[in-house]
Write a protein that binds this ligand. Structure first.
Ligand code: DX5
Ligand code: ZN
Length: 219
């Protein structure tokens, strides 16, 4: 299969020294940079907004993988696009008109990702899977970095792999939450294409080496 992609999650970066961390990401084998936007409504935390991300986008040379944990994410398609975003991920649970939002993201010139909370079944995507570029499976309840991986996610990766094969969808499978070398190996075996890693990367003694090790997990 294709090589495993790694998307380090900015949420775990050192915000007092963001440029140093972003320089390391630029030097590393990271494929993308994962950016978590939270609103304190859909999830019980607030992260960072567009005035900060404007500078992150300027300093980062990797494609941006933006994960919106906000209600009505369609309101911000233009702002997300203006950052230079490659992939815009919205939550299934925040979009009653998901098909429309996916079309709007693609019309804006970005790839469209749909995110599922741990309690939302993969089967909910049956009627949209051929339209999306990626499915982001949450392996923790969204809102915070450094949480414990929910093992049932491995079954969801396998089920999603089957749905994608059956429908001829080209969607990538990304997994977010509690990913480290151990859970990452299990996810790669189960069929994940992209791993998000926050604490595992940014709290590692050697970030560049940790990203290198994560890249090797796919057999
Ligand atoms: C959680 C975020 C994640 C988070 C992952 O709501 O979506 O991207 O930063 O952090 P770790 O890898 O530390 O679980
Ligand atoms: Zn995320």
């Amino acid at each position: 299969a294709n090589e495993l992609k790694i998307s380090p999650s900015l949420l775990s970066a050192d915000f007092g020294n963001l440029k140093a961390d972003l320089d390391k990401i630029n030097q590393s084998e990271a494929d993308w940079l994962h950016i978590d936007i939270m609103d304190g409504v859909f999830v019980p935390n607030i992260s960072f907004g567009f005035p900060v991300l404007k500078y992150v986008a300027e300093l980062c040379q990797k494609p941006l993988d933006v994960h919106l944990m906000i209600v009505q994410p369609e309101k911000f398609i233009k702002e997300v696009k203006d950052l230079g975003t490659m992939m815009m991920n919205v939550h299934f649970e925040t979009c009653p008109h998901l098909h429309r939002v996916v079309q709007q993201i693609k019309e804006a010139g970005m790839k469209a990702g749909v995110t599922l909370n741990p309690s939302t079944p993969v089967s909910m995507l049956a009627d949209i899977i051929t339209e999306v570029d990626m499915v982001l499976l949450m392996s923790v309840n969204p809102g915070f970095g450094g949480q414990k991986f929910i093992p049932h996610t491995l079954n969801k990766v396998k089920e999603l792999r089957e749905l994608i094969a059956r429908t001829g969808s080209h969607a990538l499978i990304e997994v977010d939450g509690g990913v480290n070398l151990e859970t990452g190996a299990l996810l790669a075996d189960a069929g994940a294409d992209v791993l998000v890693a926050g604490n595992a990367v940014f709290k590692a003694p050697d970030m560049i080496d940790m990203i290198h090790q994560l890249k090797q997990l796919k057999k």
